[in-house]
Design a protein around this ligand. Structure first.
Ligand code: WT7
Length: 644
């Protein structure tokens, strides 16, 4: 790593930063030695409570019973909206930029408040009660934020489903969470492509008899199918109810939302976050990591269908009374200047995006950037996958004019909010390093036996102390929660990532060490893709591995064995890819399929993925020990059959 240059604290920024290096170290030490005292202070400063908690935290990872803000009462919507009204009713809460550059809208806190109250009453009218699960399958439009906050207001638990998921994936999520109601839109455009949202819901609902109503936002003029007994127009319903809707008093432990994410087995996990700890954690991380100041225009480009959208499009910014920008479109439509034109149009001060988007835009050529001004920017963020140092440099130099610090934030759906990141204005920046643990976060690097490793050694990243943003459980499956994160190394939360910590205490994230892929930053499990491929009747076996991809970071490479007597051909490849699109969605479609007459297996029948990864990546220098294979000749045949 010695060839990578470290950046000094960005000069223009230093005078404004909320936290200095010294303050970081003081506050960090306080947060680790006296976590209850530290989090009690944050929760008091940043959150309004209807009733104070009796104790800040109890429990530990060994017993998997950590609980925050015991018996504290609050409401998340109240904190994100109502309490700002006396001081900032006319402050813009949401800025919206549609798929087309001429589509835009803004909503003040007062306007958003009214919409949320009305929609809360619509949900109530539909019989939704505290604790009920509500599915949201919407594009990036203000109604998505309205629907999420309306659920929070009445104590319903939302399950937002990313618009890129197929009907099958939707169906599985609706059934698992036992949703009775779905909020969707007629359809939407992403770039030139139309996404038939309502149609996808209609198909999913063929197998979800318990869903009794669908509320539909009319987002385009296109005609859609309609079921009179089940479907309601959003715009009609909100005009049929009152604007008054009191907030439900929620316990700090009450569920706020479920969000499905991929694990190392085939079935997505319904990660459940609870009211008090989650809100405190996202509010605190938003304030410090983005160095939030009044009048900042904050733009997180993530979709609300992912945790980044939950925490840093909606809950973190609004809890801090900030202005959050919501963008419906894609980075390269109508051309690759779009992001920077949006920055100039709304005078965005903080942009938070993914390495995939940065790589794709860098690939298009600098003139798309340099034609724009971007002078409003003062802070850049990155999330979702490791950012390569050269891409980091481009982001820093070309996008940020060398005066915006980059916060490379590492975290996960399960962690609720940012866990490791440079503190802007306080940390010396090292391109490619996620850097410093956030307050209250005590990471460690361990070997396979659970021993802590010294500086600079690669190992498994674990977190050794509870923090408020930690997920409560996996919905309906506490055993899986325990087995996935706490069983193998008692007392630690196992992240699934490899990392190393350098001698300066900077953490470097090296990628997943389980069967989870990061394709364009999207989290996908190999088992999920394999199951989808196996759903094709011609297929007898499949093994999926990641290969490196210039833009996507990782792409999917599948080894497929066909059933006896079935001849491989190109149209069969298309059919298999189509199966994956139908089962999961386009984001999980394999880039490459290699026919394999057999897969490399150990005598106990386990597929040796380690070998397949190397073959797919064409990295044949050291294939390691292959003596345990039943038939070592398989390897040569696979190498010869390699695609590309
Ligand atoms: C996985 C979690 C974090 C919210 C969005 C993704 C990878 C995330 C970084 C980063 C290197 C990163 C990890 C992690 N990841 N951020 N800054 N550097 N890797 O949440 O979908 O739950 O994925 O994303 O592998 O475990 P997620």
């Amino acid at each position: 790593m010695s060839n990578i240059k470290n950046y000094p604290i960005a000069p223009k920024f230093t005078q404004q930063a909320n936290i200095s290096e010294l303050q970081y170290h003081q506050m960090y030490t306080h947060s680790i030695i006296e976590p209850d005292n530290f989090w009690g202070q944050q929760a008091n400063q940043l959150i309004s409570w209807f009733k104070p908690w009796e104790k800040v935290s109890t429990g530990d990872f060994t017993h998997m019973d950590t609980t925050w803000f015991i018996n504290g009462k609050l409401n998340v919507c109240y904190n994100c909206i109502d309490r700002h009204l006396p001081t900032r009713a006319n402050h813009v809460a949401l800025l919206w930029e549609g798929n087309e550059p001429q589509q835009s809208l803004q909503l003040t806190y007062a306007e958003l408040f009214e919409k949320i109250c009305r929609f809360s009453n619509v949900l109530k009218k539909q019989g939704v009660q505290k604790g009920d699960r509500v599915a949201i399958y919407l594009p990036m439009i203000p109604e998505a934020v309205v629907a999420m906050l309306a659920c929070a207001r009445i104590g319903a638990v939302h399950s937002v489903i990313f618009g890129g998921f197929s009907s099958d994936a939707i169906k599985n999520r609706l059934l698992d969470a036992d949703c009775k109601i779905v909020i969707t839109a007629s359809d939407c455009y992403r770039g030139n492509k139309i996404i038939p949202l309502k149609h996808n819901i209609d198909t999913a609902l063929l197998e979800c008899p318990d869903v009794k109503s669908v509320i539909v936002v009319k987002h385009t003029e296109n005609v859609i199918e309609w079921n009179d007994h089940r479907d309601y127009w959003y715009h009609e319903e909100i005009n049929s109810v009152s604007v008054d809707c009191p907030c439900e008093e929620m316990d700090a432990q009450d569920p706020l939302f479920i969000l499905y994410t991929s694990g190392s087995t085939g079935k997505p996990k319904g990660i459940l976050h609870v009211t008090g700890g989650y809100l405190t954690y996202v509010a605190t991380t938003f304030k410090y990591i983005f160095d939030y100041h009044d009048n900042d225009i904050f733009w997180c480009t993530a979709d609300v269908g992912w945790i980044t959208g939950h925490s840093y499009v909606v809950y973190g910014p609004l809890c801090n009374g900030a202005t959050s920008l919501l963008f419906e479109g894609i980075p390269n439509y109508p051309n690759p200047s779009r992001y920077w034109e949006i920055v100039d149009k709304y005078k965005v001060t903080i942009i938070y995006t993914s390495p995939t988007a940065i790589r794709a835009l860098r690939h298009e050529g600098d003139h798309w950037v340099t034609d724009t001004n971007r002078k409003s920017l003062r802070l850049l963020g990155s999330v979702g996958e490791p950012i390569n140092p050269d891409v980091w440099e481009w982001y820093y130099t070309v996008i940020g004019h060398e005066h915006c610090p980059i916060v490379d934030t590492w975290w996960q759906t399960e962690t609720g909010g940012i866990m490791i990141s440079p503190f802007p204005g306080a940390a010396i920046l090292k391109p490619g390093a996620a850097s410093w643990p956030f307050f209250g976060i005590k990471p460690a690097i361990i070997d396979d036996h659970g021993n802590k490793l010294p500086a600079d050694q690669k190992g498994k990243l674990v977190i050794t102390q509870p923090w408020p943003g930690m997920a409560k459980t996996i919905y309906n499956n506490p055993d899986r929660f325990f087995n996935a994160y706490f069983k193998d190394y008692p007392g630690y939360y196992l992240t699934g990532d490899d990392a190393r910590c350098d001698a300066d205490g900077y953490y470097w994230i090296l990628g997943r060490n389980d069967d989870v892929l990061k394709v364009s930053g999207h989290r996908i499990s190999t088992a999920e893709v394999e199951n989808a491929i196996l759903a094709d009747l011609s297929v007898s076996e499949a093994a999926v591995v990641p290969i490196q991809h210039e833009i996507k970071g990782e792409a999917i490479y599948a080894f497929v064995t066909l059933k006896m007597g079935i001849k491989p051909n190109e149209s069969l490849k298309k059919e298999i890819i189509q199966k994956v699109r139908e089962n999961i969605g386009a984001i999980a479609a394999p880039d490459h399929i290699q026919w394999a007459d057999a897969l490399p297996k150990t005598r106990s029948g386990k597929i040796m993925r380690r070998l397949l990864r190397k073959i797919a990546d064409n990295d044949l220098t050291d294939l390691g020990d292959t003596t345990t294979l039943t038939d070592p000749s398989v390897i040569d045949r696979l190498i010869r059959g390699r695609q590309m």
